[in-house]
Design a protein around this ligand. Structure first.
Ligand SMILES: *[C@@H]1O[C@H](CO)[C@@H](O)[C@H](O)[C@H]1NC(C)=O
Ligand SMILES: *[C@@H]1O[C@H](CO)[C@@H](O)[C@H](O)[C@H]1NC(C)=O
Ligand SMILES: *[C@@H]1O[C@H](CO)[C@@H](O)[C@H](O)[C@H]1NC(C)=O
Ligand SMILES: *[C@@H]1O[C@H](CO)[C@@H](O)[C@H](O)[C@H]1NC(C)=O
Length: 203
């Protein structure tokens, strides 16, 4: 990860006034779309450094006045919409899993991919995609044990989601061991009308 790049863009993202504009840096949330499937219209959520369809975001705020949220908001194309200094980048790890950096750390494992990610705003909703390594967007992979990352963070124990998000790569290392168990989906981007970052940090 290029930490300098992250530092360079963090103030930019934070400075977007209201970010209501339909530009590619504006904040948005993601809903999965794959009709007639169990992953149709589930929210994309950040928890335990991974992304899931369903469940809740796991956020944390040490700061009075910045509430915790169950909603996952992305800004600047591939960053979580957070206030924590240094920001939190979104990347694809060497197994193909969609991940986010932990607060106060720009660490990404060797072989991680920073993109390209692209957010295309639309009239009612837009699209978010990942085309690094020749991937065609995202896929959701069924997981039963794969919820350890979700459980590690605070509220996970109750209802861990059944689907973990990966880049749509044939060679991804997925929880069931079989990429054919995964379902590709469209990441519909719903623009977020907010003047402040969605969370202090996601954990
Ligand atoms: C988040 O979701 C949990 C469990 O559904 C709920 O108890 C909590 O009140 C929610 N928090 C916020 C900030 O919405
Ligand atoms: C998976 O395939 C992509 C595209 O061929 C390649 O860029 C990437 O390095 C591969 N990843 C691994 C872990 O082999
Ligand atoms: C699920 O369990 C298998 C077998 O123990 C392991 O290889 C895989 O990494 C686990 N998946 C996750 C996401 O932890
Ligand atoms: C967005 O927020 C602004 C300021 O709070 C408000 O005036 C506007 O109506 C909102 N737009 C939508 C689409 O909710």
């Amino acid at each position: 990860m290029k930490f300098s790049a992250l530092l360079a863009i963090a103030p930019l993202v934070a400075a977007l006034p209201g970010s209501h504009s339909k530009n590619s840096d504006a904040p948005f949330s993601v809903i999965s779309a794959r009709s007639a499937s169990p992953i149709h219209l589930l929210p994309l959520n950040a928890a335990g450094s991974y992304f899931w369809l369903g469940g809740n975001a796991h956020s944390y705020s040490p700061v009075p006045g910045v509430p915790e949220t169950n909603q996952t908001v992305i800004a600047g194309g591939h960053f979580l919409d957070v206030k924590v200094p240094g920001g939190q980048a979104i990347y694809v790890d060497p197994k193909g899993a969609l991940r986010f950096t932990t607060p106060h750390s720009a660490y990404e494992p060797a072989g991680a991919s920073d993109g390209p990610f692209a957010y295309k705003p639309g009239a009612s909703f837009g699209h978010w995609s990942y085309s690094g390594q020749g991937a065609s967007g995202f896929m959701a992979c069924p997981t039963t044990n794969g919820t350890s990352g979700y459980r590690r963070s605070r509220r996970g124990a109750a209802a861990a989601p059944k689907w973990q998000v990966y880049a749509a790569l044939q060679n991804a290392t997925v929880p069931s061991g079989k990429v054919n168990d995964c379902l590709g989906f469209d990441a519909l981007a719903v623009s977020v009308n907010s003047t402040a970052p969605a969370a202090w940090e996601y954990i």
